[in-house]
Design a protein around this ligand. Structure first.
Ligand code: BGC
Length: 479
């Protein structure tokens, strides 16, 4: 029996009681759930390479090319908005499996597309699935994770997003010589099949959802498979009590639940971080890396190699974040991340304005990506799985994720025109300004969630927003 997983005995909050075998099992579940993150990364990353050949085959003009990229983002907004309600109605597991099936369907339509219209339809369908999993995975991971390792398990989502992006770049490279864009899309069928199979045969339903839906016995059994009976009884009783309290508290019914005074701080934090994560400019580099690198004077083939290198750095720094998130805490990581991003995206802008060497430009770009990947990137997805009270967790995550996709859409669409209008370097300075404002917001309003359960997180949020409540003695882990 393991009593808590924090590496700093005496400094952490709630203890969790999961057996070592139980922890191994949970880690496998988390890896399977995070396959949703892989598809998120793969489907957003694969199109840049595929497009080079599709535009020749289907004779696409620049508007049509842009729309093949961006309709996925529109589908994602819709998928994320619908995901909260569906996750509450169907359960987390069923929705994840359904999203896997939708990924398969969208992939098949893309692979067999006979023209622009069919390709557009495929990208919308893929977007629906990407939006759904991006909102659902943080919630599902949060609800199966013991408190002391929740950050690490939630960060696996971002890890799989970055692996997905990198694999997409590599697949693009592998098939580029023959121009086989259909094969590029087809590779997405493998992770989608794993997702469907895992949800059918491997994953447990979230105990939190089971308890809220009158299936406490099933929840008890599933917790007892990773802990002991007494722990299972205690956690289930605690969650039942909490759900009862939440249902009795006024002003929390219907669609207004997310705007109820005690949930509002979480919503403001979730939505603001969603905007900031995109308006800090990350996807202008992830999506347009080859174009930007070419502008520094390097050749196109070099630019593709460098974009793979950027994908590797993105992945490696996410691994570092996984190591740190349950030790250092979420707040310091996001603050350091935003500080370094602000400084280096400012320098990146300077490199363009002052015409510095391509070596320096690449260096600034790399440090900026590393800073995002080591903090704001993963921790945003961690926090939206943690800050909302259980009863509105899926809806809160859905709303934050939808706003993240809308922001992604606006930045991706607006970047090239803005760079054309005010200059590439000046556009990066706008991103630097956003990072500075975000730093101030996080410093003031974002709660630390490390080693805290849902009640403690709500209390800290209320305190930061000036809604003081008495400090509770100690906490029990809520499943
Ligand atoms: C962001 C994506 C981005 C990715 C890059 C994610 O956290 O939400 O928009 O493409 O990180 O690794």
């Amino acid at each position: 029996m393991v009593q808590g997983f924090s590496r700093e005995p005496g400094t952490h909050g709630p203890l969790t009681e999961v057996t070592p075998a139980g922890l191994r099992k949970i880690t496998w579940w988390a890896a399977a759930i995070a396959m949703g993150g892989f598809l998120f990364g793969f489907d957003t990353g694969v199109v840049s390479g595929a497009l080079l050949y599709i535009r020749k085959d289907f004779d696409l003009d620049s508007f049509q090319q842009g729309s093949v990229v961006s309709v996925l983002l529109i589908g994602s907004v819709i998928g994320a908005m619908g995901s909260g309600r569906l996750a509450d109605r169907w359960g987390r597991r069923r929705l994840l499996g359904t999203a896997g099936a939708v990924f398969l369907a969208g992939t098949a339509v893309a692979v067999f597309a006979n023209g622009y219209g069919m390709l557009l339809a495929a990208r919308i369908v893929l977007g629906l699935a990407v939006g759904t999993v991006s909102a659902l995975v943080p919630v599902y991971l949060s609800e199966i994770s013991p408190t002391a390792v929740r950050g690490r398990l939630l960060t696996m989502n971002q890890l799989m997003i970055t692996v997905g992006i990198l694999v997409a770049y590599l697949v693009n490279m592998a098939f580029s010589s023959g121009g086989h864009w259909r094969s590029m899309f087809a590779c997405g069928a493998v992770p989608a099949t794993i997702l469907v199979a895992a949800s059918l045969w491997m994953l447990p339903e979230s105990p939190q959802w089971q308890i809220a839906n009158g299936k406490a016995d099933l929840a008890r059994r599933s917790i007892a498979s990773v802990a002991d009976e007494a722990t299972a009884d205690r956690l289930v009783a605690h969650a039942q009590q909490r759900i009862k309290d939440e249902r009795q508290s006024p002003g929390k019914g219907g669609g207004r639940r997310l705007w109820a005074p005690d949930v509002r701080p979480a919503l403001i934090v979730g939505l603001t971080l969603a905007v900031v994560q995109q308006f800090g400019g990350i996807n202008t580099i992830i999506y347009y890396a080859p174009t930007i690198i070419e502008k520094t004077g390097l050749s196109a083939s070099n630019a593709i190699v460098y974009s793979v290198a950027i994908g590797v750095i993105n992945l490696v720094m996410t691994l570092v974040a996984i190591k740190l998130v349950d030790r250092l805490g979420r707040r310091p990581m996001v603050l350091i991340s935003l500080g370094v991003m602000a400084a280096f995206v400012f320098l990146l802008g300077l490199a363009f304005v002052a015409g510095l060497s391509s070596g320096l430009t690449l260096l600034f770009m790399v440090v900026y990506i590393a800073a995002f990947a080591g903090g704001l990137g993963p921790v945003f997805w961690t926090l939206i799985g943690e800050i909302f009270p259980p009863a509105v967790r899926a809806q809160g995550s859905g709303a934050s994720t939808a706003v993240n996709w809308v922001s992604n859409f606006l930045v991706s669409l607006g970047f090239l025109p803005l760079a054309g209008a005010i200059g590439q370097g000046e556009t990066f300075w706008v991103f630097a300004g956003v990072c500075v404002l975000a730093f101030l917001f996080v410093g003031r309003f974002v709660p630390e969630t490390r080693n805290r359960d849902a009640e403690q997180i709500q209390r800290e949020l209320n305190r930061r927003f000036g809604r003081a409540e008495p400090e509770a003695p100690s906490a029990t882990n809520t499943p």
